[in-house]
Design a binder for this molecule. Structure first.
Ligand code: UGA
Length: 430
């Protein structure tokens, strides 16, 4: 098949590379000249394990084509995926400006015959219908346009694996023909098939992300209880998670969820719920608890930290990505600066992105030991693998005070005490 992806962020680029790797001809459309140049040279722009290799391979075999122009790409495509950003507006509402702009452009270049057009971007219920209206308005007489919703469930950091091995492939459309075309495209991909209508497919994506956020906020809520009672959150949630109906996945407390998806999608669902007259207080609480998680962490830290300089490990919103959008670290770093602390930071890949925001307000270290020099405490915000079995004796030797605030519960409190650290995790007790 020939497929066009409009947008080359995590969803667009990863999915484009995977489908190209299956032998399809894939067009990627972007609008920034400099970014397109980088993509053409095999640089994926974003950091995602395995993506550079996959992009380079499919550029070499000429299965991926990168362009600014809609004419040839859209005109020869069987399927066009819209994968542009839908950032939150101040109100929380998803900003669909790019989606509709792109739909206008697509509509002018559709071929005679059948084209499936589907939003891969996360969009509120009803958006694909609006896209369809734009397409129908401008279409040529012999063009058959079929709209569908084919949401994506990949996670940053494991995006290629997730695309190849999703738990489910959701295809929503009111057209049987569109469903058949999309099922054919997804044939080499594992996972259960869920066939449904447009609105349900759109909501499945939001409901999934809202459920994940709810689990995380629930874990944080349990951790608040543990801090007040002497219970150990890891033991409690291990046992709770052993119930098959509940499970342990996404039940890890910490400094809260961040990233470009969960915060944005929870907000968008709250916003659209209000418009629809649906009670969204559950999700409002999920959001509030997420904020409380950061605030509690900081409160504990400021109560127990009397020094001048603090070292930070981990800046990305989660491991294996350089993405810092809505990362808890941004909020926490700002709180340190507001208290006039000297802050030195280390992250394996997100340093450059943080530098662009905080410039010379922070000191940037090249490794997890260098950052500790002269620091009165260590604060951990992302659970990168390289911290898991780090030489903790060396860490203690480098810190001015053996004080660790761990926002991701990476270490065993008993072991840390034995090593001579004053160790503060989330909801943990000896
Ligand atoms: C999320 C979903 O997991 C994907 O299924 C979805 O496709 C994607 O959004 C999207 O909508 O595009 P992602 O944003 O990459 O993926 O990150 P997650 O792995 O969901 O983590 C989000 C945040 O929750 C991170 O800050 C992470 O540290 C935090 N988290 C996760 C916890 O605090 N506790 C947990 O138990 C799990």
């Amino acid at each position: 098949m020939t497929i066009t992806f409009i947008g080359h962020g995590y969803v667009g680029l990863v999915t484009a590379c995977v489908f190209a790797d299956f032998g399809n001809k894939v067009w990627i459309i972007g609008h920034t000249e400099e970014k397109l140049k980088r993509l053409k040279s095999g640089d994926p722009i974003i950091y995602e394990p395995g993506l550079k290799e996959l992009l380079e391979k499919n550029l070499q075999t000429k299965r991926i084509h990168i362009t600014k122009d809609y004419d040839t790409a859209v005109a020869e495509s069987d399927i066009v995926f819209i994968a542009v950003g839908t950032p939150p507006k101040k109100s929380g509402e998803a900003d669909l400006t790019s989606v509709f702009e792109v739909a206008e452009k697509i509509s002018k270049h559709l071929k005679d015959g059948t084209t499936v057009v589907s939003c891969k971007s996360t969009v509120p219920v009803g958006t694909n219908k609006k896209v369809e209206a734009i397409l129908q308005k401008n279409k040529k007489s012999k063009a058959e346009i079929l709209t569908a919703s084919c949401p994506e469930f990949l996670r940053e950091g494991t995006a290629i694996y997730d695309t190849l091995n999703p738990d489910r492939v959701v295809v929503g459309s009111d057209s049987k023909k569109a469903i058949d075309i999309l099922l054919e495209l997804h044939k080499p991909i594992n996972g259960k098939r869920v066939i449904t209508n447009l609105a349900s497919a759109e909501l499945i994506k939001y409901a999934s992300n809202a459920m994940l956020a709810t689990k995380i906020s629930f874990a944080n809520f349990v951790s608040f209880y543990c801090e007040e009672t002497g219970a150990d959150v890891e033991k409690v949630l291990d046992a709770v998670g052993l119930d098959n109906r509940i499970g342990r996945v996404f039940l890890y407390p910490g400094v809260g969820y961040g990233g470009s998806c969960l915060p944005k999608d929870v907000k968008a669902l709250i916003d659209s719920g209000k418009t629809l007259g649906v009670d969204t207080s559950l999700l409002q609480e999920v959001e509030d608890i997420n904020e409380t998680a950061r605030k509690n962490f900081l409160q504990k830290l400021f109560e127990n930290f009397k020094g001048k300089k603090i070292a930070v490990w981990g800046l990305s919103f989660k491991p294996n990505t350089d993405d810092i959008r809505f990362a808890p670290s941004l909020y926490i770093l700002q709180a340190f600066l507001d208290k006039n602390l000297q802050v030195s930071v280390y992250d394996p890949v997100a340093i450059e992105n943080v530098k662009k925001l905080f410039k010379n307000q922070l000191t940037y270290a090249k490794d997890p030991y260098e950052v500790l020099k002269e620091a009165d405490a260590l604060c951990i915000l992302t659970e990168w693998n390289e911290f898991k079995q780090i030489d903790l004796k060396k860490v203690k030797g480098l810190l001015k005070n053996p004080l660790v605030f761990d926002g991701r519960n990476m270490y065993d409190p008993k072991k840390m005490a034995k090593l001579g650290f004053s160790y503060f995790g989330i909801g943990r007790n000896l």
